[in-house]
Design a protein around this ligand. Structure first.
Ligand SMILES: *[C@@H]1O[C@H](CO)[C@@H](O)[C@H](O)[C@H]1NC(C)=O
Ligand SMILES: *[C@@H]1O[C@H](CO)[C@@H](O)[C@H](O)[C@H]1NC(C)=O
Ligand SMILES: *[C@@H]1O[C@H](CO)[C@@H](O)[C@H](O)[C@H]1NC(C)=O
Ligand SMILES: *[C@@H]1O[C@H](CO)[C@@H](O)[C@H](O)[C@H]1NC(C)=O
Ligand SMILES: *[C@@H]1O[C@H](CO)[C@@H](O)[C@H](O)[C@H]1NC(C)=O
Ligand SMILES: *[C@@H]1O[C@H](CO)[C@@H](O)[C@H](O)[C@H]1NC(C)=O
Length: 370
């Protein structure tokens, strides 16, 4: 009679040898009972429990489960010191163990070894551990100057190995900008600023997605600065629109003198994308050539705007309406950029005065027919 350790040792030695035998032997069933017998792999997610089932019959005299060459259980005896390994069934028809809270290092071959009529047989099951994709390292948000080479990276883990892709989140952009962990942008332009999204995907669960904000700095660019005609004693507004990253600081000059807020009757408002000068009651001295300077740490840009006099509208309400309507969409004299000479203000005045003389004529004609 064998007993105690010597018995176990012999039995395990026997099984070790048998483990090398490729015989399919007793069918092994994996996962839940619904799986077909042919299935010899058990796939579980990291953290879940795996049940390793071994089908036996009444002729079986000894049973054991091994992890590679290490015995986990023989019959009701637990050999493994791992508390996550538990026996779930040792009956006439089934010998099954459970591995709780499965981790990636549990992945590998497990062997069910049985002895029937003194003939040892083994059957293998491969435990496959899946891990949802997870981005473990990603570039931080960055601000760079236009023209810089930008490199973004996104490192992800998971089992199977996740597929990592980069997308540019822009209504104009479609598809991927990179189909691996790295995204290289050579000589970035201002149009390429915005959000970049990294996605790590495998078929275990939904992809892990993270975003990186790329800010592209560039010097100010003045979009619009228009000449404005205003009658004496009226309110006049000069506006200068500029794009810049970081946002521009604006300065106004008239001839060589800096225009300051402190001047009575003048208000200067600076916003992110524009600057506006309001003359509440335009006087003779206010007319002239103003220069708007937009500046950030990458550079500056300027444009000149002319505040010119137009004829005082008459008291006729009809006429006043016509006049303002004609003045508001003043597309005629455009902004003068960077010292390129535009129309002299006097010429503009003449043109506008002519226009104003024509309006009352056309207005008078229909009324004269009454
Ligand atoms: C079981 O898993 C192994 C290793 O991943 C693989 O080679 C084998 O084809 C799988 N077998 C089945 C039946 O899926
Ligand atoms: C299986 O064996 C591997 C390698 O020795 C070990 O890391 C793992 O913890 C074992 N798993 C179980 C459930 O015994
Ligand atoms: C940016 O990348 C281009 C192309 O790879 C290279 O020729 C250039 O020298 C790089 N510029 C800088 C500043 O690294
Ligand atoms: C505008 O200024 C003129 C001259 O200083 C003054 O006579 C007039 O009353 C002012 N108009 C308004 C609306 O303040
Ligand atoms: C406007 O721009 C021109 C050309 O860049 C420059 O020479 C000039 O000094 C600028 N004017 C101001 C007021 O900054
Ligand atoms: C307005 O001033 C700017 C800068 O001083 C100058 O370059 C431009 O020619 C002037 N425009 C007119 C119409 O005089």
């Amino acid at each position: 009679m064998w007993s105690g350790l010597s018995c176990r040792t012999l039995w395990s030695l026997l099984m070790l040898r048998c483990g090398l035998v490729q015989a399919a032997g007793v069918p092994v069933r994996s996962g839940d009972a619904g799986f077909p017998k042919a299935m010899d792999n058990v796939t579980v997610r990291q953290g879940d429990s795996a049940i390793l089932r071994c089908v036996v019959d009444s002729r079986v005299t000894r049973v054991a489960w091994l992890n590679r060459s290490t015995i986990l259980y023989t019959g009701n005896d637990k050999w493994s010191i791992d508390p996550r390994v538990v026996l779930v069934a040792n009956t006439k028809s089934q010998y099954s163990i459970e591995i709780q809270n499965v981790d990636i290092y549990d992945e590998g071959p497990y062997t069910c070894s049985v002895q029937t009529d003194n003939h040892p047989k083994t059957s293998r099951v491969h435990l496959i551990v899946q891990v949802p994709p997870r981005i473990v390292e990603i570039s931080s948000n960055i601000a760079v100057n236009e023209g810089t080479n930008v490199s973004l990276s996104c490192i992800a883990t998971g089992r199977p190995e996740p597929v990592v892709t980069w997308r540019y989140l822009s209504p104009k952009a479609h598809g991927f900008v990179s189909e691996d962990e790295y995204l290289e942008i050579t000589g970035i332009t201002r149009e390429q600023s915005g959000l970049y999204e990294c996605s790590a995907a495998n078929d275990v669960s939904s992809p892990d997605v993270r975003r990186v904000k790329v800010t592209v700095n560039y010097p100010p660019y003045i979009l619009d600065a228009r000449n404005i005609g205003v009658p004496l004693g009226h309110q006049g507004i000069l506006q200068c629109d500029a794009l810049a990253v970081p946002a521009a600081d604006f300065f106004w000059y008239k001839e060589d003198k800096r225009l300051t807020e402190s001047r009575k009757g003048v208000k200067v408002e600076n916003r992110e994308t524009y600057s506006r000068v309001t003359f509440f009651n335009v006087s003779e001295q206010d007319y002239g050539n103003y220069t708007c300077v937009a500046m950030n740490r990458l550079g500056h840009s300027n444009a000149s705007v002319i505040l010119f006099e137009i004829l005082q509208p008459s008291s006729s309400p009809l006429l006043q309406e016509e006049t303002t309507a004609a003045l508001t969409p003043l597309k005629g004299p455009g902004a003068v950029h960077d010292g390129n000479s535009g129309c002299p203000p006097c010429l503009l005045c003449t043109a506008l005065s002519l226009l104003l003389f024509l309006i009352p004529l056309s207005l008078l004609l229909p009324s004269a027919q009454f």
